[in-house]
Design a protein around this ligand. Structure first.
Ligand SMILES: Nc1ncnc2c1ncn2[C@@H]1O[C@H](COP(=O)(O)OP(=O)(O)OP(=O)(O)O)[C@@H](O)[C@H]1O
Ligand SMILES: [Mg+2]
Length: 865
């Protein structure tokens, strides 16, 4: 008797986590529905046939239809007292084990606190080929497997290239965009050969997600690592009972010997190192243990293992690796000199990239920046059945808070009618208590499902610095896969890249329905933003590593079920997430690197439909690194990456997609994506800033010379007096009347442009986001002294434009500062400052109360009295 995975999930949902009750329910149900039971039996019997002959195709089950073993088998393999059976099984000969278990795929994680395992019948494994069977018609075989297991008609070109490399026993580095389908490159070899594929992956959540998907597609898989509490899984894995073994780098290092045995028994087809950028110190998610993976090459080569006919190939895969990172990967993993590099374009034509200026720090910014988002989701909410829920929520809010949104959604249809001021008094507090109310998902209201991946919660892989990377949680799936393998989503990406006409159409195309992920730099902000959005009836939830795990699971579940509209997350959320319809990725604050930014942004629009990636950042401030433990070298590198990211935001003239893909070393042939903010708005007018450049270089050169003279003249102790850019700009303001009112922000922008030209460089050894102590280079000196016609035509950067749109009176500031040492002048100026300030205050107090707000109405009422 067999049961569908969904039957078991169903049973568990109906009767709760008790195995006994689940069995009773299933048995009762099967009695009621004998027809369904007999189908299962038919499918189950076919397994015996296919076990003997792996090469032949004999399964009578329809492709993709997943069956599970009987419920008895299902529970036997799981319950602790039966574990000795498992051990006995491990003492059986390998062929016996294979005969017995090749058709029964375990499974991935224990599902309940009772170590429940789900044994899924491998309905389609009869189509496995033996290694030696793989001939020139391998593409045909792959096509069959692809359709049977995954429902795809064809391999993508890059997948074919990667497989070709593996078939010729070559190492391979696969660099392909997020969501392009890299996983298939290492999953197919397991299906094609019947040997095991070992996948090294950085996050348990990621491994777990992939195991669930594979089970759905009829491929046996398991994961090993700190999150795997059932030791028998490791033993079974080493005995060759799973086709694909996911393992974290820390664990694989202690499994070398058993893996060598596995290579000799069932055989290892491939070592796949997923998210391989973690190998490199020059990447954005460095994991020291990834660097030790060279042990794979050293331990599984022909000359160390005599039975091997060739070194077991290594396939390394990532979506974000600069040229430097790639070199580092090849070296660190000791990949062969003949490694094939499979590179696809990093360009994602359906993503619209935008950068917007925002202080991103206060309620006022939220109001301004999320206005549109609130409008979009509230319109959707109006027309959906969830509207009721939202207004209820709003009513609750209005009841509990006298200045909350007060049911404004009941009255309004669009953003114009939403009065965001209504939430003004609703302080977004910083207190720790906030953790207990993350967004509108009151934890009290969450009914914890016992049959979840509880074991994952506390035993997550420790990254180098969890607090910094905040990846210790990652993805949980609250629910097992639904029925069978039917319903594959074939999201064919239109060939937009080569069709400018089609791409241009995406410019103003409205976004389809789908969730939004907002990435915030700190945990605190995830809470305050989600709370803010919830006030407007948006189904928003916070997600960060410090939130209760039950909340995180619920968020994941609802995200995947499309019942959540917005997730406000730290980087804890998302690596490898394969959800097709994410419509917007909003970064609220500077990301720490372009690698991280592109990977996170790449979670949008995986269905090939247009999606938006907006970066809100304070363009008037130099970003800082988030605190973390870093060596000196790592700090330098972190600053370099942050600086690249900052420059991406400051750029006003080059297509965003071009900047991004060229950052990863790709030559962007198209020149323009046509859909980013720069392509749409066009660059600002090009200006000749030669006069300004000359003045700046002159001042820098004079003061640096003075500084050098002083230090060489025996004043080394005064190194701290090296003039920084702020001091230099003050000099310019003082010396040049026409620039007395100019803004430091503007000169900083100019300094970056001069740096790009190679006219200045950082004057000390520090790596910074932008130059602090400018020093004129030889090239700069030539420019300065040449008196030639060499032009300096440039596009003003974002901060320069910003300073021009909101000019500050720096002339008055400079004047104000003069003579400061004189106590009388100081007294007079401070006096003036006080009198200047007070009318503004009085004026703001006199503001007429707004009759559209609760606060306003109350104020009006009170003032009448
Ligand atoms: N040949 C194919 N035809 C159609 N769809 C495919 C094909 N190969 C993979 N896909 C689909 O592409 C999606 C993304 O796959 P996958 O998760 O492997 O991407 P990835 O490149 O690993 O992304 P990330 O960089 O985010 O990890 C999946 O939904 C998968 O089913
Ligand atoms: Mg992936």
């Amino acid at each position: 008797m067999g049961f569908e995975l969904s039957d078991i999930t169903n049973a568990v949902e109906v009767v709760g986590p008790s195995i006994d009750s689940a069995i009773d329910y299933l048995l009762d149900d099967s009695r009621r529905n004998t027809a369904s039971a007999s189908t299962s039996t038919a499918c189950f019997t076919s397994r015996a046939g296919m076990l003997g002959k792996r090469g032949s195709s004999s399964s009578s089950c329809s492709a993709g239809k997943i069956r599970q073993s009987s419920i008895n088998e299902f529970t036997q393999s799981a319950s602790r007292p039966k574990r000795s059976k498992t051990m006995n099984k491990l003492n059986m000969s390998q062929s016996e084990v294979l005969q017995r278990d090749m058709g029964v795929q375990n499974v991935h994680p224990p599902l309940a606190d009772s170590d429940l395992h789900v044994a899924t019948e491998k309905a389609v494994s009869s189509s496995y080929c033996k290694d030696e069977d793989i001939g020139p018609d391998w593409q045909k075989k792959v096509k069959t497997l692809l359709q049977k297991h995954f429902g795809f008609p064809l391999l993508k070109d890059f997948q074919k290239d990667a497989l070709e490399a593996w078939l010729s026993h070559q190492d391979c580095l696969v660099l392909a965009a997020t969501g392009s389908g890299k996983s298939l490159c290492f999953q197919i070899p397991a299906l094609l050969t019947g040997k095991v594929v070992i996948v090294i992956s950085p996050l348990i959540s990621l491994m777990h997600d992939q195991c669930l998907k594979l089970a759905k597609h009829g491929v046996s898989a398991c994961f090993l690592g700190s999150g795997q509490t059932d030791r028998s899984v490791e033993q079974k894995a080493m005995a060759g009972m799973y086709s694909i073994i996911y393992v974290c780098p820390e664990t694989i290092l202690r499994l070398i010997k058993p893996l060598q045995s596995l290579a000799e028994s069932r055989g290892i087809a491939l070592f796949a190192v997923d998210e391989v950028h973690c190998v490199s110190k020059w990447g954005h998610d460095f994991r020291p243990d990834y660097r030790r993976l060279s042990v794979l090459r050293e331990s599984f080569r022909m000359d160390t293992m005599k039975f091997l006919k060739f070194d077991i190939p290594i396939m390394a895969l990532t979506a974000t690796a600069t040229t430097r990172v790639r070199e580092d990967i090849l070296q660190s993993l000791h990949m062969s000199k003949a490694t094939k590099i499979v590179l696809t374009s990093f360009f994602r034509p359906n993503l619209r990239f935008l950068v917007k200026h925002s202080k991103t720090s206060s309620l006022a910014s939220y109001k301004k920046d999320f206005h549109e988002l609130i409008s979009i989701y509230s319109r959707k909410g109006k027309s959906s059945s969830k509207n009721k829920l939202m207004s209820t929520n709003l009513e609750e809010n209005s009841e509990s808070s006298d200045n909350a949104s007060n049911g404004c959604m009941d009255e309004c249809n669009g953003i114009n009618e939403i009065n965001v001021d209504d939430v003004e008094g609703d302080a977004v507090t910083d207190s720790d208590n906030e953790v207990s109310s993350p967004g509108r998902y009151g934890l009290d209201s969450l009914k914890d499902r016992q049959l979840s991946v509880e074991y994952l919660e506390d035993e997550c892989d420790v990254v180098q610095d969890v607090d910094d990377l905040d990846v210790s949680c990652g993805e949980f799936s609250g629910k097992l896969p639904l029925k069978g393998c039917s319903g594959f989503l074939l999201h064919k990406t239109p060939d937009l890249a080569n069709d400018p006409g089609e791409r241009a159409k995406l410019r103003h195309k409205p976004l389809e329905d789908g969730p939004t992920i907002i990435y915030a730099p700190t945990r605190k902000e995830t809470l305050s933003i989600s709370k803010f959005l919830s006030k407007f009836g948006i189904k928003a939830a916070a997600y960060n590593a410090k939130l209760p795990k039950s909340h995180l699971r619920q968020v994941h579940k609802e995200f995947h079920e499309n019942t959540l509209q917005v997730i406000v997350a730290t980087i804890a959320f998302g690596m490898g997430i394969d959800k097709l319809n994410v419509r917007r990725i909003i970064h609220y604050g500077w990301p720490q690197s372009l690698e991280a930014y592109y990977q996170e942004a790449g979670r949008a629009g995986r269905d090939g439909k247009v999606a938006e990636c907006v970066l809100y950042a304070n363009l008037s401030r130099t970003p800082t690194l988030l605190p973390s433990q870093r060596s000196e070298e790592q700090t330098k590198q972190a600053y370099k990456m942050l600086s690249d990211c900052f420059r991406y935001g400051m750029n006003t003239s080059c297509c965003r997609a071009k900047t991004l893909v060229e950052y990863f070393g790709e030559h962007f042939l198209l020149e323009k994506c046509l859909v980013c903010d720069i392509c749409i708005k066009g660059p600002p007018e090009r200006q000749s800033l030669k006069a300004e450049a000359m003045i700046f270089l002159q001042v820098v050169s004079t003061h640096c010379r003075n500084f050098a003279d002083i230090s060489y003249g025996g004043y080394e102790g005064r190194l701290g007096e090296r003039p920084n850019i702020k001091a230099l700009v003050s000099r310019i303001r003082e010396q040049y009347q026409q620039f007395s009112a100019s803004d430091l922000l503007w000169w900083r922008g100019l300094a970056r442009l001069l740096e790009v030209e190679g006219f200045i460089r950082e004057g000390d050894d520090m790596t910074r986001v932008q130059i602090k102590y400018p020093e004129v280079t030889e090239r700069g000196r030539q420019f300065l002294s040449s008196e030639t016609e060499q032009p300096f035509h440039v596009y003003a950067e974002a901060d320069m434009l910003l300073s021009m749109t909101s000019p500050k009176s720096f002339s008055s500031f400079a004047e104000w500062g003069k003579g400061w040492a004189d106590p009388e002048i100081r007294r007079q100026r401070l006096q003036r400052k006080r009198t200047w300030k007070s009318p503004r205050k009085r004026k703001s107090r006199k503001r007429q109360p707004d009759s559209n707000t609760v606060r306003g109405r109350l104020t009006a009422k009170l003032s009448k009295k």
